[in-house]
Design a protein around this ligand. Structure first.
Ligand SMILES: Cc1cc2nc3c(=O)[nH]c(=O)nc-3n(C[C@H](O)[C@H](O)[C@H](O)COP(=O)(O)OP(=O)(O)OC[C@H]3O[C@@H](n4cnc5c(N)ncnc54)[C@H](O)[C@@H]3O)c2cc1C
Length: 429
């Protein structure tokens, strides 16, 4: 009886009244999520069907096309955009859900779309980003001039200034360095803003969008300034480059936008020079948090493929899931995906509900979730062995898609320096 008190029996009837101990728990796609409310579950089911039946097969097919074929009239890229609109998710804004339940639902929708196909999810999310920002900033006039029936884009990076345009306040700048002359410039002429120059080849939907929320340097002779202005891309002076032929997320078309004396009414300015830094901060807050939730979906997709394959593929006469090391690796893929999801949801809630929009929170979500997506996709590919390398299986595409996310919306290292700069409290120095 060593180890037990004299009056303690060696066995305890603790299992009385408990359900049988499960040997296997089939988690729902939402992971360790408590049961959802009616509208949340219904909406998620709708989006999940769209992700499974539309985004996944169409994303895989678009991945094989040339960039020119991808954006040609009649391509599935266009029908996916229409079918997404037909889901009517915009009406959710009026739904009778608590603010927290609404934010959670938006996070789950983003994850589902990323699970379906991250390239198409970026095309849809990036396409709607200018509308989201105009709504947040209370710019009804911009919403009317650029209704959500049009396809949007966010143009900030330039050929000579990628990271630099995202680091407007120079939080990550080398002290002896100077940001080079921008690739495009806005000037004022009466009640018009005149645009000259170009944006980078990386603008998502850059070659297809109807309009752009343009973040550009602004010259009124008062040093380095910027403005955010909404610009129709179907007007004289605007031309597009060749669609980019790239490694991952091939279902989101990208390419340069050129501006040659393009005149835009000043009323389309969303943020003037005095609010420009705030606008960059705010859109990065939104975009980075969105990247977080979306790439949880990519991590989950990779994990699910690996889990299924481990039950099917036999080596040593048994499904490989019988090998301890395979179980160990699957467990860590599940754990990392779940941890990334928890952070992404928490950040989305914090930014929406705390009255504070913390860019370092959004960056933490983006950096963690994209790195998790890449790591889990890489581990999943390894679990597929040689099959992981072939286009007959989904892993090589998932890995390519996840790789792009470490650069997209700001390289993770630059973002991390920016995030760190927000921890500095000069009052304590
Ligand atoms: C899939 C995808 C989608 C995108 N969508 C859009 C979009 O919709 N709109 C848009 O405008 N742009 C978009 N981009 C562009 C993207 O934001 C840039 O590619 C990114 O910010 C990096 O810029 P860059 O490519 O010019 O690299 P550079 O800025 O040239 O960076 C090169 C390297 O130097 C490092 N570096 C640069 N500066 C610093 C610094 N100060 N401190 C430490 N390291 C530094 C970077 O981390 C990187 O490793 C997209 C990119 C991708 C891949």
């Amino acid at each position: 009886m060593d180890g037990f008190a004299a009056d303690t029996p060696p066995f305890f009837p603790v299992t009385a009244g408990l359900p049988p101990r499960p040997l296997h728990v089939d988690l729902p796609p939402t992971g360790f999520e408590e049961p959802l409310e009616g509208l949340q579950q219904e909406t998620l089911d709708l989006v999940r069907r769209f992700a499974r039946d539309v985004l996944r097969p169409e994303g895989a097919a678009l991945d094989r096309l040339t960039p020119e074929e991808m954006i040609a009239k009649g391509s599935a890229y266009w029908s996916v955009i229409q079918r997404h609109k037909a889901l009517g998710l915009g009406a959710l804004a009026e739904a009778d859900l608590s603010p927290a339940a609404m934010v959670d639902l938006q996070s789950m929708i983003s994850e589902e779309l990323g699970w379906g196909d991250s390239g198409l999810a970026i095309a849809l999310g990036g396409g709607g980003l200018p509308t989201t920002m105009a709504m947040r900033w209370g710019r009804q006039d911009l919403l009317e001039a650029f209704p959500d029936t049009l396809l949007g884009s966010w143009g900030i990076t330039e050929p000579v200034a990628g990271s630099d345009m995202l680091d407007w306040e120079r939080a990550a700048a080398y002290p002896q360095g100077d940001y080079s002359r921008p690739s495009m410039m806005a000037t004022l002429k009466g009640d018009k803003v005149v645009l000259n120059g170009q944006k980078s080849a990386w603008v998502s939907n850059g070659v297809t969008a109807d309009f752009c929320s343009l973040f550009t340097t602004f010259d009124r002779g008062q040093g380095r300034e910027g403005i955010n202005i909404y610009v129709s891309l179907n007007q004289p002076g605007v031309t597009r480059g060749k669609p980019l032929d790239k490694m991952g997320q091939r279902a989101v078309p990208q390419g340069e936008i050129f501006f040659d004396n393009v005149e835009v009414p000043v009323r389309f300015i969303a943020a003037g020079p005095d609010q420009y830094a705030d606008a960059v901060h705010d859109i990065l807050c939104e975009a980075n948090a969105g990247m977080g939730t979306l790439f949880v979906g990519v991590a989950r997709a990779a994990y699910e493929h690996a889990l299924a394959y481990a039950h099917e593929r036999k080596q040593g006469g048994v499904p490989i899931i019988h090998h301890q090391n395979v179980r160990y690796r699957l467990f860590h893929m599940m754990r990392r995906t779940e941890a990334a999801r928890a952070l992404a949801r928490r950040v989305a809630r914090f930014n929406a509900l705390s009255g504070m929009r913390a860019l370092h929170a959004s960056i933490a979500s983006k950096v963690t979730c994209t790195q998790t997506a890449f790591d889990v996709a890489s581990d999943a590919l390894q679990m597929f062995g040689g099959n992981g390398m072939t286009k007959a299986y989904p892993l090589e595409k998932l890995l390519r898609d996840a790789r792009a996310s470490l650069i997209e919306d700001g390289c993770n290292e630059l973002l991390s320096i920016k995030g760190g700069s927000l921890l500095v409290d000069t009052a304590r120095l």
